[in-house]
Design a binder for this molecule. Structure first.
Ligand SMILES: NC(=O)c1ccc[n+]([C@@H]2O[C@H](COP(=O)([O-])OP(=O)(O)OC[C@H]3O[C@@H](n4cnc5c(N)ncnc54)[C@H](O)[C@@H]3O)[C@@H](O)[C@H]2O)c1
Ligand SMILES: O=C(O)[C@H]1O[C@H](OP(=O)(O)OP(=O)(O)OC[C@H]2O[C@@H](n3ccc(=O)[nH]c3=O)[C@H](O)[C@@H]2O)[C@H](O)[C@@H](O)[C@@H]1O
Length: 387
């Protein structure tokens, strides 16, 4: 018999049932995979799509058959939601519109998706005394305090002016006409509501603030498994350019800085939250990799080198081109300047640390992108345009 799995305090972990909303997305697919491969937990996987978890749902002979059940539903209008939350032990809410190209062009859908649609989920958890793990975002920090200092100020180098701390840093957004912040603002308000439910009604909650998690199955490649005119997040935008042999587009010079964490490292942190409720309840966690910081320009250069290595194709002579944010995203775009997560709280509560370097995570991710899409892209490029 396999030995009992233990939590961080040495207690045996009891199998639970998880209601995972948005399970068919990028993070959901990796979380389902981890739960099926490494734990005895059951999952109700709720989403409008299931393409990214199909490999976990069939055939019936899979070792975890019966432990994962897909429910195709839209949480905007489906009466089954409350029943599923009631019969589960834990709800994880991942459902959201979360691509920056939508924030300024579809602000209403963005706000509804990230705030209004999440309200019933919080309410059902609170009323039925069910634990909730809610996915927020590092975008709730907005811009750093340091970004308001003069460009040549020495204080810009002082971590006190840029490191983002869950329990100290303010949320700094642009003006209302900068609709980029519609997403961050909606996520901030749902965080405050969940926090309030915890304080006033005893809701057991954990809030996750992901810092640019990337890896296989993120978003879509335009014209292959998503709309030709769609604009996904940067990993998929740059992958698409590399697959097509086009220069990578740098928005406003590619000067913004990001820290990227490998999805598989980040999922380890989520599993620790799931299995250590006493340590995770009532907490807000940054989940990122402060050691993997680059400017977007550096990311483009590194991805070009890595792609050349994994595909065997020579790197482009002109790997990048500059494009204005107005041209790329439209009116109302704005940006976070720098995102370094403080790791004190997640270290203290869960002992979690990311492991994978940016080069290594790009190598495994771009190997996947090349294997999955290179042939399909070649066919599309070869096809004569219909007249
Ligand atoms: N990937 C990241 O690095 C990152 C960073 C910060 C925050 N987040 C947050 O994590 C969560 C998951 O992100 P992701 O990267 O997996 O995004 P994703 O778009 O791949 O996944 C979201 C899933 O939710 C589903 N969904 C959306 N609205 C729904 C509805 N009304 N009913 C049912 N299903 C619905 C979508 O179909 C999709 O499969 C989001 O809340 C996002 O804001 C992600
Ligand atoms: O991943 C996260 O942690 C959060 O941040 C992302 O926001 P952002 O990092 O700005 O989105 P990306 O599309 O990944 O863009 C990163 C940077 O690359 C730039 N970019 C993007 C695409 C491109 O082709 N070229 C380019 O220069 C953007 O302007 C931005 O500065 C999204 O808002 C969410 O998925 C999430 O909440």
């Amino acid at each position: 018999m396999a030995s009992a799995r233990l939590d961080l305090d040495g207690n045996p972990i009891k199998p639970i049932t998880i209601c995972m909303i948005g399970a068919g997305g990028f993070i959901g697919s990796h979380l389902c995979e981890k739960l099926m491969n490494e734990t005895p937990h059951k999952v109700f996987a709720l989403d409008v799509y299931n393409d990214k978890i199909k490999h976990l749902l069939e055939p019936d002979t899979l070792p975890w058959a019966g432990r994962i059940q897909f429910h195709r539903l839209n949480i905007k209008h489906d009466s089954r939601l409350e029943g599923l939350i009631k019969i589960a032990d834990l709800t994880i809410n991942l459902a959201a519109i979360c691509t920056p190209a939508d924030y300024n062009t579809r602000p209403l859908d963005t706000i509804y998706s990230n705030f209004i649609d999440a309200l019933p989920v919080v309410k059902y958890c609170s009323e039925n005394n069910k634990r909730l793990i809610h996915f927020s975002t590092c975008e709730v920090y907005g811009k750093t305090i340091g970004s308001f200092l003069p460009k040549d100020s020495a204080l810009r180098q002082d971590p006190a002016y840029y490191v983002l701390k869950e329990d100290e840093s303010p949320c700094i957004f642009g003006s209302i006409e900068k609709q980029r912040w519609s997403y961050a603002c909606a996520k901030q308000l749902i965080e405050r509501l969940i926090y309030g439910e915890g304080a006033e009604n005893g809701l057991e909650f954990t809030i996750v603030r992901p810092f640019n998690w990337i890896g296989p199955r993120m978003d879509f490649i335009p014209g292959i498994d998503g709309p030709s005119e769609g604009v996904p997040r940067v990993l998929a935008c740059f992958s698409n350019n590399l697959l097509r042999g086009e220069p990578l587009k740098l928005v406003d010079g590619g000067q913004s800085q990001r820290t990227f964490v490998y999805i598989k490292d980040a999922i380890e942190a989520v599993l620790l939250m799931i299995e250590n409720p006493a340590r995770a309840n009532g907490q807000i966690f940054n989940v990122g990799n402060p050691n993997n910081e680059v400017t977007v320009r550096q990311l483009a250069e590194m991805m070009s080198q890595v792609y050349s290595k994994v595909s065997g194709e020579a790197p482009l002579e002109k790997p990048t081109i500059d494009v204005s944010s107005k041209e790329f995203y439209g009116e109302g775009y704005d940006d976070s300047d720098k995102r370094i997560p403080d790791m004190t709280i997640i270290n203290r509560q869960l002992g979690w640390n990311p492991k994978t370097s940016l080069w290594d995570l790009l190598e495994s991710t771009l190997t996947y992108q090349h294997r999955t899409y290179a042939e399909a892209i070649k066919k599309v490029i070869a096809k004569p345009v219909a007249s």
